[in-house]
Design a protein around this ligand. Structure first.
Ligand SMILES: O=C(CO)COP(=O)(O)O
Length: 269
């Protein structure tokens, strides 16, 4: 089973601007990023602006016929209703979002996101023909046995009720809490071990074809120093970046570094 019309290949590299950038700042960023990436093919690049900058982002990318992809950082699980302050998946789809990020550690910490609410949101995103970028990861550095048990449990909770055809359209981002906003990323050895585990769990649940179609991104203190090494890891299909991509040249540099990694050449199944 393969997903249809997937607009991206490998490496898949993106950033969430988190709660940063006015519309004017978004435009300045996009103009520079577009300029830096215009002769650069081979990577798929995505941006997750705040809700307020999504329309401006869509307008700019459409008018400049840009291959840069975009999506939102959150969504409500219902398609409409009395949920003051929330934004629904049909609203995001209408303005051209391809992705919706779900279950980031900051949403869990500050806004009470749980595996259950994240699961409802994942279903809403897929029901509305977008791809959820599903964050997951342990909160503390633990023994491997505890880490494995945590990830197995969290993955199964997040993907509850998801059929293989739908699962082929998800993206997973391994982002351990202890590596986000930190001084150092997780070690390449740890990332390799976790990504191999995630691929194995996905294969057990959905079979090899679907499991291989799901991009596995790594996020947490990715920067110019570690991007190439992390991109080289066999089960790392891309990177998800915070601080180091808050400026367009930061993101463009990371794309170039990832493309220099020899394993970056193939496209995801
Ligand atoms: O939260 C992140 C990406 O979603 C990572 O943030 P940093 O790259 O700033 O650690």
């Amino acid at each position: 089973m393969t997903s249809n019309n997937r607009p991206y290949g490998k490496p898949l590299i993106g950033t969430s601007w988190k709660m940063n950038k006015t519309n004017q700042e978004a435009l300045t960023y996009l103009q520079r990023l577009q300029e830096r990436l215009k002769d650069r093919s081979g990577a798929s690049v995505f941006i997750l602006p705040p809700f307020s900058a999504l329309s401006e982002t869509q307008r700019f990318l459409q008018e400049s016929d840009s291959p840069i992809l975009f999506g939102s950082q959150n969504v409500h699980w219902d398609d409409a209703g009395a949920f003051t302050g929330e934004v629904s998946a049909p609203m995001l789809k209408e303005i051209g979002c391809q992705f919706v990020e779900i279950n980031h550690q900051e949403r869990r910490r500050w806004f009470s996101e749980t595996n259950e609410t994240a699961n409802w949101k994942i279903h809403a995103v897929l029901r509305n023909n977008m791809s959820p970028i599903i964050c997951l990861g342990e909160e503390k550095r633990e023994t491997w046995d505890l880490t494995e048990a945590f990830l197995r449990y969290q993955l199964l909770q997040l993907l509850a009720g998801l059929e293989p055809a739908a699962a082929a359209n998800i993206i997973l981002a391994y982002e351990p809490l202890w590596a986000i906003g930190a001084a150092e990323a997780a070690s390449p050895a740890h990332v390799a071990q976790v990504h191999a585990l995630l691929r194995r769990l996905l294969t057990e649940k959905y079979g090899i074809t679907v499991a291989q179609a799901i991009p596995l991104l790594y996020g947490g203190s990715v920067n110019r120093q570690n991007a190439a090494e992390l991109s080289l890891l066999p089960e790392v299909d891309g990177l998800f970046v915070g601080r180091a991509a808050l400026e367009p040249d930061g993101l463009a540099d990371l794309v170039e570094l990832a493309l220099q990694a020899p394993s970056a050449a193939s496209s995801i199944a």
